[in-house]
Structures are given as C-alpha cells and as structure tokens.
Design a protein around this ligand. Structure first.
Ligand code: MN3
Length: 207
C-alpha cells in the first residue's frame, strides 16, 4: 500500500496573495503529509495492505476506528481540496452554471450560502458543495469526515481547520473563506465532478 503525498496541481506561489507559499508549505508539506505518514504507519497493525484509500476510509468507518477514519479521510479531503483550487479561478459555466442557478438562484447566492456554512461550522471541518442524488446541496462536515462515506457526491470543498488560514489570515476565518471562494476556485474541476471525472482524479492523486 504505502500512500503517497500527491504533488500540488499548481506551483507553491501560484495562489498568492490569496493563499501564500508559506501556507502551502505547512498545509500541504506538513499537515497533509502527517496524515499520510500516520496511516502508512498503521499498515501492518490495522491490516491495510492492498486497500485503496477509499477502501481504508470505508473500512475504518465500518470498524468504528475513529483515528484511522479521520486520518485517512483527511488524506482524501486534502487531495480533493488542492484540486478544487486554481490561480485566477473563473466562474462556473455550462451545465454546472445552470444547475447552480436552479438550485440557488445564482453563483453569488451559492457562494454566500457556502461561505456562511463554512464560516459558521463549529471547530474543525470542511464546507462542501455536494450532489445528494441529483440535487445540489451545501453542507459542512466535522474533522476528517468526507462525503464519500455519507452517500453524497463531493463537488467542491473548503478546508476550515485553523491550519488552513492561520498563517495568512490569523483568526479571520470569514476573510479566508470569502477570499478563497471568490478568487481561487477551480470551477472546471467542480464541473468535472458532476460525472465523477474529477473525483477519480483526486482519488488517483491520493494514492
Ligand atoms: Mn487542512
């Protein structure tokens, strides 16, 4: 098995000033890596050989193994999160834009709702735009929980653990959330998740 830390899909300084190279050095190079190392360290003890990351997350949930569930979920969530970001993010278009319009009224309304959900999420976790069946929904999940074990299809996420914003924004989660959602979202990736292409890209990146 031995999971690997996937490389960032952009240069470390490509998201500045919205997300600095220093934040990415710590968030990707230390926090994300620590989850990978932790799960790899359990390979023998917890019988994880030969399992994919998603299988590990599902097994941990079935076994009620919270430590493994959160650490493996965090590998997956971060691998997915990096794919959700891009320098100079464009706006949603095509099928995604029409789905957003019929579910929320407009992209601005979606960003407001997702922003509020993410800002108001208590303590550590993630804000998510998901498909619940064929319906677009905004939600938030705690710690390392991922939509992949909740029967939901992830389209877009924002990390609201303190380590995601403390270097660049100190304690100002609202400013971080607003800045990321309005400036560096990779809407092409979000659109690819409507039919699962993007998710398989994130899964591969997680191995
Ligand atoms: Mn994080």
């Amino acid at each position: 098995m031995a999971f690997e830390l996937p490389p960032l899909p952009f240069d470390k300084d490509a998201l500045a000033p919205h997300m600095s190279a220093e934040t990415l050095e710590f968030h990707h190079g230390k926090h994300h890596k620590a989850y990978v190392d932790k799960v790899n360290g359990w390979e023998q003890e917890k019988g994880l050989s030969g399992l994919s990351l998603v299988e590990v997350v599902k097994k941990a949930k079935a076994d009620g193994d919270k430590g493994l569930f959160n650490n493996a979920g965090q590998i997956w969530n971060h691998s997915f999160f990096w794919q959700c970001l891009a320098p100079a993010g464009k706006k949603p278009s095509g099928e995604l834009a029409s789905k957003i319009e019929s579910a929320f009224g407009s992209t601005e309304a979606l960003l407001k709702k997702l922003g509020e959900e993410s800002v108001n999420h208590f303590a550590s976790g993630w804000g998510w735009l998901v498909l619940d069946g064929s319906e677009l929904k905004v939600t938030s999940l705690h710690d390392g929980i991922s939509p992949i074990t909740e029967g939901l299809t992830p389209l877009l996420t924002i990390d609201v653990w303190e380590h995601a914003y403390y270097i660049d924004y100190r304690n100002a989660r609202p400013k971080f959330v607003e800045t990321v959602l309005n400036n560096i979202i990779n809407w092409d990736f979000v659109a690819q998740n409507l039919d699962g292409q993007g998710i398989s890209r994130a899964d591969q990146a997680a191995k």
